[in-house]
Design a protein around this ligand. Structure first.
Ligand SMILES: [Cu+2]
Length: 117
């Protein structure tokens, strides 16, 4: 490469690197900004283990035999609202689950639901 081509090439490379660094920053920043707007960050909510006892897809509720919850609720079998009713497709009765609960509008609500690993 002659001098001029080498200079143009290095400018092009640094622009491309700068652009992808900005894209990366945008990717990592956006969920954080979003989490800050929706007060409790469900993705960061601590998971509790439990076993699914009953699914009610019509009412969007899940009855779980749960370990002690971070909010102090002792281990028991209780019914929770599920924030997104579609999540009820992720688990089956008697399956172990990991879930996070927050009180939304005065109702203890599952805000994260996963099949236990
Ligand atoms: Cu309870």
């Amino acid at each position: 490469m002659n001098r001029k081509i080498r200079f143009v090439w290095s400018v092009a490379v640094s622009l491309a690197v700068g652009a992808s660094a900005r894209a990366l920053a945008a990717d990592t920043m956006m969920p954080m900004a979003h989490g800050a707007m929706t007060a409790p960050d469900a993705a960061a909510a601590p998971l509790t283990q439990g076993q699914v006892k009953k699914l009610d897809k019509g009412h969007g509720t899940l009855t779980v035999a749960q370990d002690r919850l971070p909010n102090g609720m002792p281990a028991m079998t209780m019914m929770f609202r599920v924030k997104d009713h579609a999540w009820l497709e992720r688990v089956k009765e008697n399956q172990k689950t990991a879930f996070a609960v927050e009180t939304l509008n005065g109702t203890m609500t599952i805000v994260r639901l996963e099949a236990a690993k």
